[in-house]
Design a protein around this ligand. Structure first.
Ligand code: ATP
Ligand code: HSE
Length: 317
């Protein structure tokens, strides 16, 4: 369960007094997620999400994330705004961590999306890219391609304790990805983590796009590759029916047409996405204390996806 920081009822009650959103009725830690501490908060006025930002989110980046959310919300996208307190500030400190009170969105996240749901999610991603074209904020991708080799070095041979030969396998794949990484593709503000658990849906309708805390400026088609790598497979990394993966590319293309160069780059971008998530999951696997209230995510589910992309260069043709 992703609650790294415990918030006492007293501290939360006092925190809510800064806002015009009612008094505390109840608060529960949210089990999903691995990055931040999230609480579902009910007040006398409604339901909210309280997020305390943990290890990978630095307070200095919050203004970028919140501006991107406001930009998208202003254009009708179903993204949650961080709510300002009475003094107008949305970024607070609670229990010593940066924290925001966030709009609650309804919907559920899927573990086995259908073709229609994949199509809707990918359309939502394409529309986001379209409407972010005039967003002026920028943020370097701290987990972009240039960061993968340092991360591999940091994990080092400990990777082999997760699976025999894993270090050499990733080292080889990364060398190929680095050599083939596309230059000159369109860049812009991207979500960079649009997994099924970050898309809330009711049936085939997207009701929420959440968790913008890896958002950054990077290759737009890389965002599509990240989405494909997370939507076209099950939780263990086995491919879903091919129509689901095709729907991810075609749903995006319908909302934000891909150039030939972007389409041609998708195989290497997807292999890069696999390395990114394999390495961050492996790092967490090796460094999460045994008593942490968080369910670690399996790095090998991303090794299986990497194997699949390498074996199916035709996947995006
Ligand atoms: N605005 C929101 N409205 C409704 N539910 C939300 C909202 N934000 C977060 N949640 C719920 O909290 C869960 C965890 O949130 P989130 O994905 O942002 O956490 P995280 O630790 O950053 O996750 P991740 O491991 O995906 O990076 C979500 O799966 C969702 O159930
Ligand atoms: N979505 C990521 C967590 C955020 O880095 C994963 O499933 O590994």
């Amino acid at each position: 369960m992703a609650v790294y920081t415990h918030v006492s009822a007293e501290a939360l009650g006092a925190f809510l007094q800064r806002y015009d959103h009612g008094a505390l009725v109840s608060a529960k830690g949210i089990a999903e997620g691995v990055e931040n501490s999230n609480y579902l908060v009910d007040t006398t006025d409604g339901r909210f999400i309280l997020t305390l930002y943990e290890k990978r989110v630095s307070a200095g980046d919050l203004p970028f994330f919140l501006a991107m959310l406001d930009h998208l919300a202003d254009r009708g996208h179903p993204v949650p705004r961080a709510l300002p307190d009475r003094a107008g500030g949305a970024i607070q400190t609670l229990e010593g961590r940066p924290a925001c009170l966030i709009e609650f969105l309804s919907g559920v996240s899927l573990s086995r999306p259908t073709e229609g749901q994949a199509l809707a999610a990918a359309r939502a991603l394409g529309r986001m890219h379209r409407d972010l074209a005039d967003f002026t904020g920028t943020r370097l991708n701290a987990l972009g391609m240039a960061a993968w080799r340092p991360l591999l070095d940091q994990c080092g041979r400990s990777l082999d304790t997760i699976a025999s030969g894993l270090y050499d396998r990733v080292d080889r794949a990364l060398a190929q990805v680095e050599a083939a990484w596309p230059r000159g593709l369109a860049t812009g503000a991207i979500h960079a983590d649009l997994f099924p658990d970050n898309v809330l849906m009711l049936g085939e309708e997207v009701t929420g796009l959440i968790d913008f805390y890896f958002a950054c400026t990077d290759i737009r088609a890389y965002d599509l590759a990240v989405t494909h790598s997370s939507w076209a497979f099950d939780g263990k990394g086995a491919p879903l029916p091919p129509a689901v993966g095709r729907a991810i590319v075609e749903g995006y293309h319908a909302a934000h047409p891909l150039t030939d160069a972007e389409r041609a780059a998708l195989p290497v971008l997807a292999q890069g996405a696999c390395i990114r998530f394999l390495l961050t999951r492996a790092w967490d696997w090796l460094n999460t204390p045994a008593d942490a209230l968080v369910t670690r995510k399996d790095p090998l589910a991303y090794l299986r996806r990497l194997d699949w992309y390498e074996a199916h260069p035709e996947a995006f043709a």
